[in-house]
Unconditional design. Sequence first.
Length: 266
Amino acid sequence: MFTRIMVSALILSTLFFCELPSNAAARTATTARQSSDLNPTAMSILKQMSDYLVSLNRFTVHVDSMMDVITRSNMTLIADKEMDVYVQRPNKLRVDSFVPDRNRQIFYDQCTITMYSPDKKLYTVIPAPPTIPQTIAAARAKGVEMPLADLLDADPYKAISARARHTHPAYYIGMSRVGGVNCRQLAFRGTDMDWQIWVQSGQTPLVRRVVIIDRGVKGSPRFVATLSNWNLSPSFTDSTFQFVPPADAHKIPFASVRPSIPRRSK
């Protein structure tokens, strides 16, 4: 999730501009920069979120995402997408993404990843390792970024915190509200990427929003994903995660749909 923002033929994530923080939030952020005492608070909240996600054997979540797309003429466009994510640990995952005329599906069922374009009736299949975290790593090595990858890791806390700077790993911004849900807002800084996470307060520390700013790409494009409609006890069948190609669908080699990763600006 926190790798270089990319535009893919099969996995297009997207972002919107968040409201600038209030003066109170800005003062809190300034205090956080000046006091290392707040860093453990942020990391503790991150750890609670991570442990809770790992404890969930199955869940579904709806994702509304938006992303800046910087054109060659330096014009900033916004691309948006909705996704439904289905997870059954340790080895089943499905993602249905919705963009007019560019709907996409990803199926992972223990041994293969299938990527399917219902609009074009094209699909490709690649071998996969036996667990979701291993599959995410294998897909990433092939240039395919799975949605919400770090949140599906075997240890999200380790995956996310490893990307932060050692000197100032995290900031606790304070309380916020996402979709009517009270959240604790965290901010992190990496070498060339900033991100924020809104974690639901209370006994169910679910992720409610993620914002990423890629400072390593010209124009510093931003990505925002808002997570809603969490279902922590869904009912699945085997067919939920198994792709059965329609009679009019055509299988194509993986190389035909390999995503193009934009070059970093110098």
